[in-house]
Each structure stands twice: as C-alpha cells, then as structure tokens.
Design a protein. Structure first.
Length: 247
C-alpha cells in the first residue's frame, strides 16, 4: 500500500456536485472511505464566510471527522448579472429555460448591468496553500489524491511526478482541466467514486440509500483502492472511458 495524502479543494468539488444536481456530499463517509483504503492524512481547504454565523460550526464539524482543516476568510468581488449567468454552473439551467423566458432574463440582466447594478461574489482561492503544502509533504508521501479539476494545479502535478510521486485527480468532468487530466497519473470522476462509496452524494435522483449507520460498506474497500490507484491492478486513467461516470 502506498503512503497517501488527500488534498481536497472543496470549493471546486462543491461546484461539481451541485452542478450535477446533488445537494451535498457526506464528508464523514468520504473521510472514512479514504482512511479505509490507506490514506493517512486528509487535508480540507475551504474559505470561511465571516458573515455566515453557521460557518464556524461547519468547520468544527468537519474537523471532528478527522480532516486537517485549512481555511481563510472569504473575500467578496463585484460581478455583473451577465457574468453570473455565464458561469458554467448556471449555464445548464439557463439553457434549459423556454426560449422566451431565457431571452427576457438575459435582456433584463443586460439592462441591470448597463445601469451599474452589481452582485457580490465570494471567493477564497487555495491554489497557493495546496501547492505549498503538497511540496512540503512530498518527503513523507509517495501518492497524492487531489480533489480538484482546477488547471492551476498542472505545474504542481508535473513537479510531483518529476520527483517520483504519483497523483490521482478526483473531479467532476465538467470542471476538469484537460491539461490536468494529461498531467496526472490517474483520474476518476466524483460521480463514479460515489457509485463505489454508498451514501457519499446526497440529494440527487441518482443517489442510493445510505449504508447502515451512515458508514461505508467494507466490501467495497478494494474496489475504491483500485479506483484511486492505491493498490496493484488499478486501471490506467489514460483510457478515459474506464473512468467516466455512468449515465
């Protein structure tokens, strides 16, 4: 079994499962599943919204599961209405609207932009923190599981592989950089991981029932290890079809 650390860029992962129609991800089940297959440290990166009273309790709960939590205050930036509607996670439902409603909505968004009305968009980017931590941990671990599809991690992944480390990327395919896919040793969609970890993704039509007491089924451990490249016999991710999420 390889010594393995998991790095979770939660904002990126959250955007992926929300776009797929899932309400949330069971972080306790995810942590237990990763530990079951030999991951010895799971680091969780996410911004804290100081304007949200529930934010502190969320991070306390995540830490109680066993995650190493790394956070910083969320910053807010102005964004136009059209800019917001053009975001990938919004385009899906915009395109599904009846054409008349879609046309009216875009027209109104354009009008609001022209008169200077702006929205506030929260942002807390952890690219630097994740890259710095990964390189610092490189002397202790030989396998990294990166939960993010952000193309900004391409230099990090390439550097880790140059020094003899292997990297598995977990992401929604829609939020996956093509360059990151090529740079990593393996890739698996979060949705497919959810097929192996029962109860992981919650709130969508395709979600199965939670296992007893909300725990991961032990019989799936070897399959999860193979999927993440943590045991011999794992499938090479360069055959992308092997890792596509079933429709």
């Amino acid at each position: 079994m390889k010594s393995t650390v998991a790095l979770i860029d939660f904002a990126n992962i959250k955007a992926g499962y929300r776009d797929r129609g899932y309400r949330t991800i069971d972080l306790e089940i995810l942590y237990d599943a990763l530990c079951d297959v030999g991951v010895t440290m799971v680091r969780f990166y996410y911004g804290v919204d100081t304007q949200n009273e529930k934010s502190a309790s969320f991070f306390t709960k995540v830490a109680s599961f066993g995650y190493v939590v790394i956070s910083k205050p969320v910053q807010y930036f102005n964004i136009s209405f059209l800019g917001l509607l053009e975001k990938p996670f919004n385009r899906r439902w915009i395109d599904a609207l009846p054409i008349n409603l879609r046309t009216n909505l875009l027209h109104e968004a354009k009008r609001l932009d022209m008169i200077g009305v702006r929205l506030l968009q929260p942002k807390a980017n952890f690219d630097v923190e994740i890259a710095a931590d990964a390189l610092q941990l490189a002397s202790e671990y030989n396998h990294f599981v990166l939960f993010s599809g952000d193309g900004d991690f391409v230099p990090l992944v390439k550097r880790l592989r140059e020094i003899g480390k292997s990297v598995t990327v977990v992401s929604d395919r829609k939020y996956l950089s093509g360059e990151l896919l090529l740079a990593a040793d393996k890739f698996v969609t979060l949705g497919l991981l959810g097929k192996f970890i029962e109860g992981l993704l919650l709130g969508g039509e395709r979600v199965t029932q939670n296992p007893p007491q909300g725990r991961v089924l032990k019989k799936g451990t070897s399959s999860i290890a193979d999927l993440l490249g943590l045991s011999s016999g794992g499938v090479d991710n360069k055959d992308e079809k092997a890792y596509e999420e079933p429709i």
